[in-house]
Design a protein around this ligand. Sequence first.
Ligand SMILES: [Mn+2]
Length: 297
Amino acid sequence: MGAPTSAGSYAPGQEAAPRVLRELGLLDRLRAAGRRVRDAGDGPLQVWAPDPGHPRAQNLAAAVRAVRAVTDQVTEALDQDADVLLIGGNCTLALGVMDALIRHDPGAGLLYADRHFDLNTPVSTTDGALDWMGLAHGLDLPGAAEQLASAFHRRPLLTPEQLYLLGTDPARATGWEREQAGLLSLRWVSGADLAGAPDTAVAGALAALPPGALAVHIDVDVLDFTDAPLAESTDGRNSGPSLQAISGVLDTACHDPRARVLSIGELNPARAAGHPEILDAFVASVTNALRDTAART
Ligand SMILES: [Mn+2]
């Protein structure tokens, strides 16, 4: 399923990711990898525009609509006993995934690969982009926007024990985020450690996550932007894991017996306009992570 929204972004781009990945043959490549695939279609198409009426939480109502559409789509898929691949869109969509997954299994966990903590609120940062405020709203931190924090079947939607963050760069965090990560005792591995020992990092994360159903979320800004220019954010130039390293991480995590959902956030295809083969390599990584291992010998 797709969630073609850049409502929570700094500029347009991510709304094109579901279309571009389909055009690269994602569905047929998944079928060739042994999966039965049903395209559940897309949520609302939302192209970022500035929202001067709500400068600190821009396009909040649209972002909430997109998240709720994901909740409904993922709920329907889980009810049909399907696994889910969600192509975003903004990282806030992971909240819709978790709203559905926790209703399905209260013991659910979230492995969140992102360069950022996503613990900001409309109070802690002036830029007003909701795409690095998602986990703050899942955890219902002080200063969270009411409309998003209250959009789920329970509040707070998430507890820190359900979370494990991979690839975080504390130098890219706000002081508020670093403080909250400490207060909440969030478990996280830095981008440098993830790049240096990806197998160890993902094994530690999987061992620490709860026993219930697992969602894996990747913000492609976790990648070294010089190796794989895929993300809205260009924060990752010359730091963080390569696409090859992340491919191994996704392979391991998505083949964990608990895994039910893989969601992809902040992929802006325009970033790869001068290096389009990296989009194809990313589709290959996703396909490999979701391949039916029983179908292969
Ligand atoms: Mn990010």
